[in-house]
Design a protein around this ligand. Structure first.
Ligand code: UD1
Length: 432
């Protein structure tokens, strides 16, 4: 299995470019199911989760191939000969459940493996199911699969009990082809929902309010092909901002959307980093005075993202004082803590709260990546640790960061990959 070897101590300087958002690309690829015409998506990141989504669509009968531009993909679901999301694929990526809504809307039947438990908590899909049932879908569960059936979906009034990102996206994709109006309340306001809605609109859907908590959809009988450019990845951008601040460098994060980074930028400024928005698509981060403690509490967008909690914790180990970090979205999302502690961090966890006392001198160690964002946190810690760290199981990182070692090396980090050049031929089996 691939490893990263990282020697800490270099401040990162220069310009680093952000790829397209994985979490936008995944639902946008699933949206291709909704039409028999061609969908061309640009700015798709080359990461494992996207490779898995391609594999999933192909296994159902879609034609998936590279398009004319770099990082672009063409998807055509002329027919869907096998509308089944198989367990072998779903178990490696929970976002596979995003195909449930579009499959049932397009074909009237869907068979989707239930995602199992995963490293960062239970992550049920009960709210997807409940919403689809309100739209007229009959769902049964057998042998680990959900079997969904419907004549034609009808519009419904759906109030989410809890805010869910992929749940909002899944039901939005079902609603666009349903008969009549669907009103969805307490929706996720994440930019990725708005990204998906923009693609669906380009395909002929009638949607109002995406990006707010109330979305109204007028169903149409048919959608057509479209070409769409995926927005930049705000979590990758946020990770780079932390990298610049933690290493005491002078880093420009290019090709990002600063508006999507407001909570992260505000927190980095509160913690003493100098952050300047240079324009509509770039942000500069520099070391300020000594970093100081500033607590975070993860929330749904526009609050501080749970997907940035682990990376921020690496920074908090270097801040003077006590930073209290509250994780409110997922239980069990502190798996990076033990590894950070092994590198010398002073962190105590109680339930959903981690208390970080800093600054702590980090020393290099052999550490194990446990999930996507936990891996990013360990990379950040290794960038400032004394000596050479070895990070094992970097396939977790490869699920969501495009060639991060090349990007970081390009701005002065001493980082190299040991093992196969990404992407390896076979996908990891346990990348939940
Ligand atoms: C998405 C993101 C993930 C991010 C998360 C929260 C993608 C592919 N993934 O995951 O990177 O960390 O949003 O910002 O976009 N829940 C239920 N029932 C459901 C659905 C969710 O109880 O049917 C709960 C979950 O257990 C969790 C919370 O709702 O506690 C939020 O989960 P959700 O927003 O659905 O996360 P994902 O969409 O899986």
């Amino acid at each position: 299995m691939d490893k990263f070897v990282i020697r800490g101590g270099n401040p990162l300087t220069g310009t680093i470019r952000v790829s397209g958002a994985k979490n936008s690309a995944l639902p946008c690829m699933a949206a291709a199911i909704l039409t028999e015409d061609e969908i061309i998506l640009e700015n798709i990141p080359q990461v494992w989760d996207i490779a898995t989504q391609r594999r999933l669509l192909s296994s159902m009968g879609a034609e998936v191939r590279p398009a004319d531009a770099p990082n672009s993909t063409t998807i055509r679901c002329r027919t869907l000969s096998d509308p089944v999301a198989k367990y072998e694929i779903v178990k490696t990526m929970r976002a596979s459940s995003l195909v449930l809504g579009p499959l049932i809307a397009r074909t009237g039947v869907a068979r989707v493996a239930m995602p199992g438990g995963c490293a960062i908590g239970g992550r049920p899909i009960d709210l997807h199911i409940k919403g689809l049932e309100k739209m007229g879908v009959t769902i049964t569960q057998e042998h680990g699969y959900l079997d969904a059936r419907a004549e034609r979906l009808h519009g419904a009034h759906i109030v989410f009990d809890k805010i869910t990102v992929t749940g909002t996206e899944d039901l939005l994709m079902a609603a666009v082809l349903a008969e009549g109006e669907t009103l969805m309340e307490n929706c996720a306001r994440e930019p990725e929902v708005a990204d998906l809605a923009a693609l669906l609109t380009a395909m002929g859907a009638k949607i109002e309010g995406a990006g707010t908590s109330t979305i109204r959809v007028q169903g149409v009988s048919r959608l057509h092909g479209a070409r769409y450019r995926i927005n930049p990845d705000r979590i990758e951008a946020g990770t780079f901002l932390v990298a610049g601040a933690i290493t005491g460098g002078d880093l420009t994060v290019a090709n990002c959307n600063p508006e999507h980074l407001s909570a992260v930028i505000a927190k980095l400024q509160e913690a003493g980093a100098r952050v300047d928005i240079l324009g509509p698509d770039s942000v500069r981060v520099r070391a300020g005075e000594q970093l100081r403690a500033a607590g975070i509490s993860t929330e749904e967008y526009p609050g501080f993202p749970t997907d940035m909690q682990a990376q921020y914790m690496a920074l908090a180990t270097q801040a003077e004082g006590v930073s209290v970090i509250e994780e409110n979205i997922f239980e069990n999302r502190f798996m990076h803590v033990q590894e950070l502690v092994r590198m010398g961090a002073n962190i105590k966890v109680e339930g959903r709260t981690a208390t970080v006392r800093g600054p702590a001198k980090l020393s290099a160690a052999a550490v194990m990546c446990s999930d996507l964002r936990a891996s990013a946190s360990l990379v950040l810690a290794a960038l400032i640790a004394d000596g050479e760290s070895i990070l094992d199981r970097v396939y977790h990182m490869d699920r969501g960061y495009e060639r991060i070692e090349e990007k970081l090396a390009g701005v002065g980090a001493q980082i190299r990959r040991m093992g196969n050049i990404f992407p390896p031929r076979d996908e990891p089996a346990d990348a939940a």
